[in-house]
Design a binder for this molecule. Structure first.
Ligand code: 7TS
Length: 408
């Protein structure tokens, strides 16, 4: 397919929400790690579905139901190709990364024994901590934490030492949502497989910023949320290797996930429907397909290079400001960076930037254990997307300088 030339101002035109003023300033949206904005085609795809095709999927034989099912399953094929999964059976719809973790910890948990070990890292989002803690309480499994080096990158040597024949699951983020660090997941997956452990990768942050090829990674499971990839909220994907998903019991019971039901027993549907009980988020899933098609119009490497420039320029400008600490400066990051200002509360800085039309997140970023390690109550986080511009970075730096003067 012929790709469109990437010009950031042309691309921005596709995102109607960006053309607005907030607090009498042009909106600068730097909170993309929390959720991305939606292009017009995604908004239109949802509207089109409800205007023309709305019906339930996989049930009736009437025209609307067939159209709805076709568009819904077409989105599954789009996702399959986007992450290079082998088959549609490996693409399970969820309502987001969090639901993916709850599903996996629950069904994998049924097969774990007391004393089996699950490894997560110190960089994890709560979504990859709390479900495992629930399993510790329910099944007496052992949860171990891969520590960080002094520069906050994962300590691979410690990881190697933690792996042993009791390690059943390694569950780790591809990119940290609090620090932007990219984990060496290819190497981590290889090492985990050497001891027979399976690997779950949290792709919530990575999916919008790096190409993901689940076959090349050889991960066993890969999770992401649609809303961080220009798609509607309430959509998400659980990729799992087919033979592994087949060996797992279903999670929720109900319609769609069954083959036959009697009052005494039920048999289950084939993949991927075995894990998709009840009516799914049909319009949302169609929107997710549309978001990926939008992204596929552009050369991915050009989008990635653009985000890298934004990140590097922001880091360079922040590093010369007094009393300001940029986390993981000089280390390759993706999509975002975090900083703190000595003596100032992160939420004051975010609030004063909001007054100048700049949206960003401050706080723990749902990574409280990591914040304890950093020894602070939170950071200010700048997170970028393909529609952000260098001018926005410059305006942000000017606005931040004003904030710092005001606070002094
Ligand atoms: N994992 C990571 C690495 C995340 O960044 C997030 C959301 C999740 C899991 C959970 O995703 P959800 O879509 O199911 O909520 N992270 C953020 C964030 O950094 N700011 O707001 C949400």
């Amino acid at each position: 397919m012929q790709k469109k030339l990437f010009l950031v101002h042309e691309l921005r035109e596709h995102f109607p929400i960006l053309a607005q003023q907030v607090n009498e300033h042009e909106l600068i949206y730097f909170d993309n790690a929390a959720s991305t904005q939606k292009p017009r085609c995604v908004i239109d795809a949802i509207s089109y579905f409800y205007t023309h095709d709305n019906a339930n999927v996989h049930r009736a034989g009437h025209q609307l139901a067939m159209r709805a099912t076709r568009s819904f399953e077409n989105a599954r094929s789009i996702v399959r190709d986007f992450i290079n999964a082998k088959s549609n059976a490996e693409i399970i719809w969820t309502k987001g990364t969090t639901e993916g973790f709850n599903l996996l910890s629950h069904v994998i948990g049924t097969q774990l024994q007391a004393g089996d070990e699950v490894l997560i890292s110190a960089l994890e989002h709560h979504a990859n901590i709390v479900p495992w803690q629930m399993l510790v309480a329910a099944k007496q499994i052992v949860l171990k934490i891969i520590p960080l080096q002094d520069d906050y990158q994962l300590d691979l040597e410690a990881y190697r030492l933690l792996l042993n024949n009791k390690t059943k699951i390694v569950s780790v983020t591809h990119i940290s949502n609090a620090l932007g660090i990219i984990n060496p997941i290819v190497e981590m997956i290889k090492l985990a497989h050497e001891v027979g452990a399976q690997v779950i990768v949290d792709g919530a942050q990575a999916i919008a910023h790096v190409p993901v090829d689940v076959q090349a990674l050889d991960c066993d499971y890969y999770l992401f949320s649609g809303h961080k990839l220009f798609a509607p909220t309430g959509t998400g994907v659980l990729f799992g290797k087919k033979h592994l998903l087949e060996a797992l019991p279903p999670w929720q019971g109900g319609g769609e996930m069954i083959k036959s039901v009697s009052f005494s027993t039920s048999t289950y549907n084939e993949l991927p429907f075995k894990f998709e009980a009840g009516t799914p988020n049909i319009a949302g899933v169609i929107g997710l397909g549309s978001a990926i098609e939008f992204l596929n119009n552009y050369e991915r490497s050009a989008l990635i290079a653009h985000e890298e420039i934004l990140l590097l320029e922001a880091e360079k400008a922040l590093l010369v400001l007094p009393n300001l600490h940029v986390y993981c400066a000089g280390i390759k990051k993706s999509g975002l960076l975090s900083f703190t200002v000595q003596g100032e509360h992160h939420s004051d800085i975010a609030m004063l930037l909001d007054a100048q039309g700049i949206a960003l997140r401050s706080g723990t970023h749902c990574a409280m254990p990591l914040m304890s390690l950093l020894n602070n109550s939170g950071t200010v986080r700048l997170s970028f997307s393909i529609y952000n511009t260098l001018d926005e970075v410059k305006t942000f730096i000017k606005a931040l300088k004003k904030v710092l003067l005001l606070l002094n």
